[in-house]
Design a binder for this molecule. Structure first.
Ligand code: UDP
Length: 310
């Protein structure tokens, strides 16, 4: 079996690649390294099942030989990244999705689109089932990501309906774990990095907005189960363990045995007020649910960032 992973040097894709390789699947990883990092795949350098190619998948590309799976994961995914490079982000959702879909169609491969809970925008339905159409500001600062991913879902369904492409799509909720970039701006590396360096935690707004954090090994297990299933429906993969950002700040300080030290900052535009996945579909179709507790996942993640800061 052979899989192509776009965005292969990214945080989540690198963990998926480890899982694929451990299942004896040959992996071709493509990435332009705009937000990806070669250190995430360095341990695979001498792995015979692993092939690396620096490639911007927003430009046309070819892959020789048989391909059984195409995982389209290439995209900036952190708000500070995609706000900085909105055009690249739009191209990753549009041009790159077409290129990845063309490859899967030509190779008769299973195509897995890595979509996002941002599809739901600032949701008016809570928690979010896959049937919810979302509440997205099409001209806001997050629209380059949200609308690109919505476009990517539309493109995926169009290929499925008109070309018979064997497609799947996963809507990924907030995920954390080792190999996140310390400075990627997302709340997990931000708070852990700040706490470890004795700095105040930058809570945006009043901290009452909620997120539900899934450990990365749970997520990639879900993506792999989805790839092996026959479903074409979108599937939420995330951990329904919801907390406010203030509670998250308290949890990090408690884990590190530090007093709570907060530096309040302005809430970014269109920051979703709540987010929690309904995971009934993943349970039913994939027999998937998260296994790693927040306490265990956070311990692993803190240990990783401690090593980065030495
Ligand atoms: N956040 C925060 N401080 C930070 C970074 C993020 O309070 O330094 C908040 C942000 O406003 C959002 C939540 O944490 O409500 C999650 O943000 P993140 O960027 O991790 O991901 P998002 O879910 O917004 O894509």
């Amino acid at each position: 079996m052979r899989a192509v992973v776009t965005g292969g040097a990214g945080f989540v894709p690198s963990h998926l690649i480890d899982l694929l390789v451990s299942n004896e699947i040959h992996v071709v990883a493509l990435d332009n390294l705009v937000t990806g990092d070669l250190r995430n795949i360095e341990h695979l350098r001498d792995e015979p099942l692993f092939e690396w190619r620096e490639q911007d998948v927003s430009e046309p590309f070819e892959v020789d030989g048989e391909v059984d799976y195409v995982f389209h994961m290439a995209s900036p995914a952190s708000p500070i990244d995609y706000v900085k490079i909105p055009i690249e982000t739009l191209k990753a959702g549009s041009y790159a999705t077409h290129h990845a879909l063309e490859l899967a169609t030509e190779k008769e491969a299973r195509f897995v689109l890595c979509s996002t809970s941002e599809i739901y925008g600032d949701p008016e339905v809570h928690p979010q089932p896959e049937s919810y159409f979302g509440n997205v500001n099409s001209i806001g600062i997050r629209s380059c990501y949200d609308e690109a991913k919505r476009y990517a879902e539309a493109a995926t369904m169009a290929y499925h309906r008109t070309k018979g492409t064997n497609t799947a799509m996963v809507r990924i909720f907030n995920t954390y774990g080792p190999r996140m970039r310390l400075n990627d701006g997302r709340v997990v590396p931000a708070f852990i990095g700040q706490a470890l360096q004795g700095k105040p935690l930058t809570v945006f707004g009043d901290g009452s907005q909620t997120r539900s954090f899934c450990y990365v090994s749970d997520l990639v297990r879900g993506i792999w189960l989805l790839a092996q299933s026959g479903t074409h429906l979108p599937v939420n993969i995330g951990n329904p363990n919801e907390m406010t950002i203030s509670q998250f700040a308290e949890a990090i300080c408690a884990e590190l045995d530090l007093p709570l030290n907060i530096s309040p900052q302005a809430l970014p535009e269109d920051d979703p007020k709540v987010r929690r996945p309904v995971i009934d579909r993943a349970k039913e179709l994939l027999d998937w649910e998260p296994q790693i507790s927040f306490e265990d996942g956070i311990k692993e993640t803190i240990a990783y960032f401690k090593k980065q800061l030495i």
